[in-house]
Design a protein around this ligand. Structure first.
Ligand code: C5P
Length: 222
C-alpha cells in the first residue's frame, strides 16, 4: 500500500503533535494538527471581542474564517484570514477557552468537513481527539497516545517555561486534567479511544521509541 492515513488521538500533552510530525516527516506524509484548528477558531473569537458563551456568534465566525496550515520550522504554521497566528493560538487564554469552543456541535461540524477534505488525498498523519472515532473512521492506522497526567504536565512545564515563567507544575496538572474532562464529557465527538485504535502509553517511553513503534505498526498493520 502506497499512501494511507494515520489518526493519532489522545489527551492533552501526550506528545501527539511532536510524534505525528516526526512520523509524517519520516514517511513523507502531510501532518495536520486539528487542535491548531480549534485553537485558531478560539483565537479569532476572543480577538474579535466575542464571548465564547455567545454560541451563535462563535458559529458565524467559524463559518466565515479562513484557516490555513503550512509546514513550519518548529511545527505547523497557522494562518487565520491571512494573519500568522502560530504563536497566538498557544497563549494561556486560548488554551483556557478552547475546550468550551470545541464542545459546540456546529463548530465541530464545520472543522470536520475541512479535516476530511485535507485527508481525502491520503498520505496524511492527523492528530486530535476524535480523528479515529469520528473524522477519519476509515484511517488505515489509528493510535491512541496517552501518558499519566503528571508526566504530561511535566512535559508541558518544560515546553512553556519561556512563556509562562510563573506557572507551577501543580497548576498545569490541574489545567490539563480539567481540559481532558471537558473533552471527554462533551456530547459531540468526545475524546475516546476508537475500538480499533492501538493504545500506546508513553509514560516511560522516549519520543524516539514512540515514533519507531508507530513506524513498525505502519509496516506490520497497514
Ligand atoms: O491538541 P491541542 O491540545 O492543541 O487541542 C486543543 C483543544 O482543541 C483540545 O483540548 C480540544 O478541546 C480541542 N480539540 C478537539 N478535537 C480535536 C482536536 C482538538 O476537540 N480533534
Amino acid at each position: 500500500m502506497d499512501k494511507f492515513n494515520i489518526a493519532i488521538d489522545g489527551p492533552a500533552g501526550a506528545g501527539k503533535s511532536t510524534i505525528a510530525r516526526l512520523v509524517a516527516n519520516t514517511l513523507g506524509f502531510v501532518y495536520v494538527d486539528t487542535g491548531a484548528m480549534y485553537r485558531a477558531v478560539t483565537w479569532k473569537v476572543l480577538s474579535s471581542g466575542i464571548s465564547p458563551d455567545h454560541t451563535a456568534d462563535v458559529i458565524a465566525v467559524t463559518d466565515r474564517m479562513d484557516i490555513r496550515l503550512a509546514p513550519g520550522e518548529n511545527g505547523q504554521q497557522v494562518f487565520v484570514d491571512g494573519h500568522d497566528a502560530t504563536a497566538e493560538i498557544r497563549s494561556a487564554e486560548v488554551t483556557g477557552n478552547v475546550s468550551q469552543i470545541a464542545a459546540i456541535a456546529d463548530v465541530r461540524r464545520i472543522l470536520t468537513v475541512k479535516q476530511k477534505r485535507l485527508a481525502a488525498v491520503k498520505g496524511v498523519v492527523m492528530d486530535g481527539r476524535d480523528i479515529g472515532s469520528h473524522v477519519l473512521p476509515d484511517a488505515e492506522l489509528k493510535i491512541f497516545l496517552t501518558a499519566s497526567v503528571r508526566v504530561r504536565a511535566e512535559r508541558r512545564y518544560n515546553e512553556i517555561q519561556d512563556q509562562r515563567a510563573s506557572v507551577t507544575l501543580e497548576q498545569l496538572e490541574s489545567e490539563i486534567a480539567a481540559r481532558d474532562r471537558m473533552d471527554e464529557q462533551r456530547k459531540t465527538a468526545p475524546l475516546v479511544q476508537a475500538p480499533d485504535a492501538v493504545l500506546l502509553d508513553t509514560t516511560s517511553m522516549t519520543i524516539h521509541e514512540v515514533v519507531e513503534r508507530i513506524l513498525e505498526l505502519c509496516r506490520t498493520e497497514v
